[in-house]
Design a protein around this ligand. Structure first.
Ligand code: GRG
Length: 302
């Protein structure tokens, strides 16, 4: 009896990721349909459907479901988060930014469609993301408004854009402090991961206290995610990453391993993950997906 209970309670992250990835991929496929002018829609779909871990939509679904909401309530926002993430990758890869040829194991958007269309495909995804959230059915409009406000904050100069600007300005400088590096990453990477979790919670009708708790969880996994990203850039091959490896060294970018060394970076990522997991203590069984996702972030290989 006890054994059966234990088996019932066992949570398989592999199974969970597989299931969620399947429904997210199907929803993304339906979210952007080809229309006129065909080229820009094709370019949007090329990057949106190019694979990737789909971590951001899955975090949104997991937070919503943990707080009693449904996948249906969160799916438009989950897709919108992936649209925004994808557009940030398209723009990040442009010659004027990181100038990269490979993303998600495929040629980057501008390599296929040209810089002009790649910029516009990114713009198309960004604007459609907000429309797509607003089109959510069966969720009170007040919750959708909160999500739109937080998304705007996470993406604009207060978030991704601000982080990217400081990142570009820091390139090639040898005196970047830990404080600047943390500013870059909490804005460039952390802000979007944070809104993935908090938007899922808001859509489920979370209280202010619950949102704050999940915000803490998300901030910790956001920083851990970036530390691991820096580590993988120097320890994995391009084939394993699906993008160019060793970019940070080549661009003379300050990274956590360059400031702390590899061992301290690994230890710090682990500490942040444990803190994130501990902050979900009161949610019991229902927190299994978010806890396992935190572990996944620190142990991932790409
Ligand atoms: C958002 C308006 C707007 C402009 C974009 C270019 C830019 C401003 C910001 C750069 C943001 C950026 C590319 C941050 C890096 C985030 C990161 C670590 C991406 C890798 O995420 P994974 O590993 O990738 O989840 P997959 O492919 O698995 O989805």
């Amino acid at each position: 009896m006890v054994v059966a209970d234990a088996q019932e309670q066992e949570f398989s992250l592999d199974q969970y990721l597989k299931e969620k990835k399947t429904i997210v991929e199907a929803a993304l496929d339906q979210s952007v349909v080809i229309d006129e002018p065909v080229t820009v829609y094709e370019a949007m779909r090329y990057s949106l459907l190019a694979g990737g871990k789909r971590l951001r939509p899955i975090l949104c679904l997991a937070a919503c479901e943990m707080l009693g909401g449904t996948a249906e309530m969160a799916m438009n926002t989950a897709c919108a988060l992936e649209m925004i993430h994808t557009m940030s990758l398209i723009h990040d890869d442009l010659p004027a930014m990181d100038n990269d040829d490979l993303r998600r194991g495929k040629p980057t958007n501008h390599k296929v469609y040209g810089e002009d269309i790649a910029i516009l495909a990114g713009d198309g995804l960004l604007s459609y993301a907000f429309e797509y959230v607003a089109r959510t059915k069966n969720v009170p409009a007040e919750r959708l408004l909160q999500v739109v406000i937080r998304l705007g904050q996470a993406v604009g100069a207060e978030g991704l854009v601000g982080g990217q600007v400081v990142d570009l300005q820091s390139e090639g400088k040898t005196d970047i402090t830990e404080e600047t590096l943390t500013f870059i990453h909490t804005h460039k990477t952390g802000a979007l991961l944070e809104v993935c979790v908090t938007s899922g919670a808001i859509l489920a009708g979370a209280t202010e206290a619950e949102i704050l708790k999940l915000q803490k969880y998300a901030q910790n996994i956001g920083l851990a995610f970036q530390i691991v990203d820096d580590i993988l850039d120097i320890t994995q091959t391009a084939e394993e990453l699906g993008k160019t490896a060793g970019k940070d060294l080549d661009a003379q970018k300050a990274t956590y391993p360059s400031i702390w060394g590899l061992e301290k970076s690994k230890a710090e990522a682990q500490r942040l993950t444990e803190e994130a997991i501990a902050s979900l203590g009161e949610y019991g069984e229902g927190a299994a997906p978010l806890k396992a996702l935190a572990e996944y972030i620190v142990n991932r290989k790409n």
